[in-house]
Ligand binder design. Structure first.
Ligand code: DGI
Ligand code: FE
Ligand code: FE
Length: 192
């Protein structure tokens, strides 16, 4: 599959507004990759595909997720968590993308995970700070991203967790594990 086809197929999965977001994440992921020394091509490809399934009807997402044999525990939490792991599975099948770093960055872009890889961090943070985002606190996260990936991600997860708490919703344990692990990394001065 050539690049243009992949771009067009991905664009075809979502409304125009979400495509704008995707292009924003590609740009931010490329900039973060350059700044923090990650593979820019991998970051851009993961960013392109990260929300591939986001606008599929939720019942279809649930069905495909279950049929793929993915972890049923996630289905006890907000259905917005399904689209990352599902996208990793779908792009592997449809386009033969088999680089585990790219697939993991797609898979964990919403939830995060314990011991996030450099590519995981870049895609997850790019998703928070792409130019189209305007949630409360996004400016602060963009500023922190200028000097620390880990601190910026903690600020991003803090904002998501606070939002979930304010709505009385459950928090997916992997998000808490991701935040805890990032705080441990920051606590080690050579990384903070
Ligand atoms: O797909 P996007 O809108 O670009 O962004 P996303 O994939 O980061 O997140 C989708 C939503 O998932 C986000 O608004 C918050 C929601 N969500 C629900 N439960 C959780 C959660 N996000 C995290 N990180 N952890 C949760 O437990
Ligand atoms: Fe997403
Ligand atoms: Fe996104």
């Amino acid at each position: 599959m050539n690049r243009e086809r992949l771009i067009e197929e991905t664009r075809g999965q979502m409304p125009a507004r979400r495509w704008e977001h995707t292009l924003g994440v590609v740009g931010s992921a490329a900039a973060l990759a350059a700044k923090y020394g990650a593979d820019a091509e991998k970051a851009e490809l993961a960013a392109l595909l990260h929300d591939y399934c986001k606008y599929w009807p939720i019942d279809e997402q649930r069905r495909e997720y279950a049929e793929a044999g993915l972890d049923p525990d996630l289905l006890r939490y907000d259905p917005q968590l399904i689209h990352g792991p599902l996208a990793a599975e779908i792009v592997r099948r449809r386009y033969g993308i088999d680089d585990p770093e790219i697939l993991d960055a797609i898979r964990y872009h919403t939830s995060g995970r314990e011991k996030m890889s450099l590519l995981d961090k870049i895609v997850c943070l790019a998703d928070y700070i792409e130019p189209g985002r305007d949630f409360p606190g996004v400016h602060n996260i963009r500023e922190i991203a200028e000097h620390s990936l880990e601190r910026a991600l903690v600020a991003g997860f803090d904002s998501t967790i606070q939002f979930l708490l304010a709505k009385g919703k459950k928090v997916y344990p992997l998000t808490l594990a991701a935040r805890n692990a990032l705080l441990d990394e920051i606590g080690r001065p050579e990384l903070g």
